[in-house]
Each structure stands twice: as structure tokens, then as C-alpha cells.
Design a binder for this molecule. Sequence first.
Ligand SMILES: [Zn+2]
Length: 224
Amino acid sequence: MTYREPARTTTRRIPRIRIAGLLVVIAVTAASLGYQSLASSSSTAASPIDVLRGEHRGLRSEHRGALGEADGAVPDGVTVFDDEYPAVANLDPTLLGALRQAATDAAGDGVEFYVDSGWRSPKYQEQLLDEAISKYGSEEEAARWVATPNTSAHVSGDAVDIGPSDAAAWLSDHGAEYGLCRIYSNEPWHYERRPEAIDHGCPPIYADPTHDPRMHRPATSGAG
Ligand SMILES: [Zn+2]
């Protein structure tokens, strides 16, 4: 530690031109790293969850134009406190209360929750399902991602998709304390209220919604 002070003095004496050169090197390095990560995310190196999340969000954004906020469409930047949006206001009040408590505590950790999707009208859910069937090519594959209006926890106001990924990760770590649980392995953003989790922890996660018994009501199966 004896060399620490002299080193600092030396740093101050480095001519400006050298610092400018160093900044250029840093900028070029950062740019090439950025390029590399872009390149890898557009290749098969991206994690399956990132790809799947992109698909999920794609469904949402494709529909933003076609459906109004009255059906549960959500513009970017909506928080769990924005109850002027039906997607937020029509959530189950106990789910919304738990989300607001969690969001307040997460903000203390520097993490902000955004609502990617919340309550949805049956019409909105039906359109999402139709779109998923044409996108994935079969009802079976679509069922891994989008539920029917009869089975969707979004339509009943009992599910919310939280972003960005650091917010979902915060909920994964702390959600049980608020009775908020991740339900599906393939949807790390999808949370529902499980009050028993406060004392006992969250129940085991289903691989995807087709494994969820709630999705096997009469008619077709489907997801949240
Ligand atoms: Zn969801």
C-alpha cells in the first residue's frame, strides 16, 4: 500500500494527450465488444430464454397497433403504479398490492419494475392465441406460450409479466416474501400470487404451461 499515493500523483501528471489516446482505445474496445455481443446475440449463441423472451415480446408489440389499451395493451414504460391503464387497474387487487410492495422495495435496490403485460381482455387473448398458432405452426406449440381466453391467468387478472430482466431476476430472488411466484420455467417474466409462498416458499416451477393442470380445462390447453 505504500506505493498507492505516488501512483496517484503520477496519474495526475500524465499529459492530456495520453489520456485522450487512452479514451480512444477504451471507446474502440467498447465498440468492438458491443459488436461482438451483438454478433453473438444474433447467432445461435443467444440463450434460449433470450430468444423465447424476444418471441413473447414480439407477440405483444405486433399487437400494440391492433388493440387498444382498453383491451389490456400496454405501451412501454408502464409501472405497477400506473392504474390509469386497464392492464394494471384490472389486476386482482391482492396481486397488485403485493407487486407494489415488491416494486417499492426493489426500487431501494435500484431495480425498477415495468409491466410488459397484465390483465388482458378475452378478445386480446384470443388474438394473441390466433397469432401464436400461425407463428408456431400448431396449437400444440402455441400452447406452450399463449393460453386460451378460458384458461389464461392474464384474462382473470391473476398474472403479470414483469420486465426488464433485472426486475424479473429481483422477483425470482425476493418474490416469495411477497407471495409472488414464478410459475413457468420458460417464462421467467410471468408472475402470479401464491400467498402460501410467504411462509413456505414458492411451489415447484412447471417446465412450461402445458404441464400446468390449470391449463387442461375443457376445450384447448394453453399458457399464460
Ligand atoms: Zn404471462
